[in-house]
Design a binder for this molecule. Structure first.
Ligand code: TXA
Ligand code: MG
Length: 320
């Protein structure tokens, strides 16, 4: 794989061309790094599943350049979903909608709906625009990690996860650290009202205020196949324990106001909830790198992004 740092427009064009030719391109988004392929190329999509080691009935999110491309991929978009799209795209939100013929089974895991997102990261945006200029419809991109592992928020993390699985002709675009650090909010828009399937930076409250909508959070137990809804997911190799007292040699992930017991290894000490989210996965990876026996996470209280951190923490701590 070739890593391109701070890609120029010419290099992004080259990456779009590589996608069109069926290669994989990992790229930064505002949430986490994605592993991209042409969403209409079955052979390339099959490689995503192989590289990630992910079961092929787990659907992929299709990334598109702008809201105006939504109709290509979907049918019967409810008004509330149109409102969500215009309020929060480009941004960290994925909408699950009834699919058009363009969304093949190899993308949707044989479901009748498709996940769509318009990312706001400038490199992701430019890549999508260039891809569109050469006839592409959308870029399928799961998080650029092995199945069940922690999502990468830096290029080093992408490399740690996938360097043994990507091949020479695949590309990785380096755009530095991801701003948000947690995956997009996933909203199921296939019913009469929206439900949150995965919490993220677009919070329940934001949706309720902006769209004047009641929204239900349904993180568990639905017939929609969302791999992030597996009990154990987003896990480092190190054992994760929640809200317990860290002992000598344990790693600790907690808000700055929480002191470090003596002999513990502080992995993260954020002053704000945004900072917590941004560096959370990096802290879990650091725990792995240091070969710790245990990582203790003290769950942050409150609504909004804190809910998403608690959700990922609970999944990281579930036994595999
Ligand atoms: O922030 C994000 O969403 C990142 C960046 C790269 O965009 N992507 C990401 O993709 O997190 P992934 O595949 O790692 O997680 C997406 C989740 C998976 O659990 C998948 O099963 C679910 O979304 N998903 C995708 N399409 C779906 C669909 N049609 N119905 C239900 N769940 C879907
Ligand atoms: Mg993922």
């Amino acid at each position: 794989m070739e890593i391109i740092s701070n890609p120029t427009q010419v290099e992004i064009k080259k990456a779009a061309q590589a996608l069109k030719e069926g290669h994989l391109v990992a790229f930064p988004t505002e949430t986490v790094y994605g592993l991209g392929a042409d969403a209409n190329n079955e052979v390339a999509i099959r490689r995503i599943y192989e590289v990630k080691g992910r079961p092929n009935n787990h659907p992929l999110i299709v990334h598109i350049a702008s809201v105006s491309d939504l109709d290509k991929w979907t049918v019967k978009v409810p008004d509330y979903a149109k409102n969500l799209a215009s309020a929060f795209w480009p941004g960290p939100m994925t909408l699950i909608l009834a699919r058009s013929k363009l969304a093949n089974n190899f993308i949707t895991g044989w479901q009748d709906n498709v996940g769509i997102r318009v990312p706001s990261h400038p490199i992701a945006q430019e890549l999508l625009m260039e891809f569109q200029k050469i006839g592409g419809n959308g870029i399928a991109a799961p998080s650029a990690n092995r199945f069940g592992a922690v999502s990468p928020t830096t290029v080093d993390a992408v490399q740690d996860e996938l360097e043994h699985f990507l091949i020479k002709s695949d590309l990785v675009l380096n755009g530095g650290s991801c701003d948000i650090g947690l995956e997009s909010t996933i909203i199921n828009c296939t019913g009469d009202s929206p439900t949150i399937l995965r919490s993220g930076a677009i919070t329940k409250k934001m949706i309720e205020i902006f769209c004047d909508l009641e929204i239900e959070v349904q993180n568990k137990g639905t017939n929609i196949k969302t791999s992030g809804m597996l009990r154990s997911h987003y896990s480092p190799k190190t054992k994760v324990v929640l809200d317990s007292i860290a002992s000598v040699g344990d790693g600790l992930v907690a808000l700055a106001e929480i002191p470090t017991p003596s002999g513990c290894i502080r992995l993260l000490s954020p002053k704000t909830i945004e900072e917590f989210a941004r560096h959370f996965y990096g802290a879990l990876r650091l725990g792995d790198k240091k070969n710790l026996k245990k990582i203790v996470i003290i769950l942050p209280p409150g609504e909004g992004l804190a809910e998403a951190i608690r959700d990922r923490s609970i999944k990281a701590s579930a036994r595999k």
